[in-house]
Design a protein around this ligand. Structure first.
Ligand SMILES: CC(C)(COP(=O)(O)OP(=O)(O)OC[C@H]1O[C@@H](n2cnc3c(N)ncnc32)[C@H](O)[C@@H]1OP(=O)(O)O)[C@@H](O)C(=O)NCCC(=O)NCCS
Length: 136
């Protein structure tokens, strides 16, 4: 039985789910700050086990950014990614300024673009630019 939980994703759960699909997980201190400053976090549990997560950052008035959409490998292909995306989109629908549109952005590898396209996301000519800023 799957359970959807809002705004409870912990730094430890974040790191565990991250590490199930990607290398280079952040430190616990980095993840704690990221959880604290996220606009919205969603976790899907199978019983007591966290099996998927996603989060959103941004201002909600004008824009938001979708980050870290991850389904544990053994749980992929069962509709859980769709649950995550619907929760994120639903959060903006419920909390944005009524009658206005909020720009939702994300960064996707080419093989994941068809997944996001299912929810209406499309690419434009803008390119992602990135800089890792070292904190003192
Ligand atoms: C991408 C990811 C979140 C998808 O989650 P999922 O639970 O496997 O997806 P779902 O089963 O909910 O699929 C929803 C729909 O998207 C489709 N879909 C899922 N992944 C797809 C892909 N890579 N390409 C094309 N379609 C895809 C499914 O077929 C399904 O279509 P349908 O609703 O019409 O039947 C998951 O594969 C994942 O966690 N990958 C590793 C982490 C990652 O790369 N995250 C994305 C960062 S950009």
């Amino acid at each position: 039985m799957l359970r959807i939980v809002h705004d409870r994703l912990t730094a430890e759960e974040f790191i565990t789910l991250w590490s199930s699909v990607w290398d280079g997980a952040p430190s616990i201190e980095q993840a704690e700050l990221a959880m604290k400053n996220s606009l919205f976090r969603v976790t899907v549990f199978d019983g007591d086990k966290p099996v998927a997560m996603a989060r959103m950052i941004g201002d909600l008035g004008l824009c938001c950014y979708i980050k870290d959409v991850i389904v544990l490998p053994g749980y992929q292909g069962k509709g859980i990614g769709r649950i995550l995306m619907e929760e994120l989109i639903g959060f903006v629908r419920s909390h944005g300024v009524p009658g206005t549109a909020v720009s939702a952005e994300l960064c996707a590898m080419p093989d994941k673009m068809p997944f996001y396209a299912k929810f209406g996301f499309s690419a434009n000519e803008a390119q992602r630019m990135r800089l890792f800023i070292k904190a003192k």
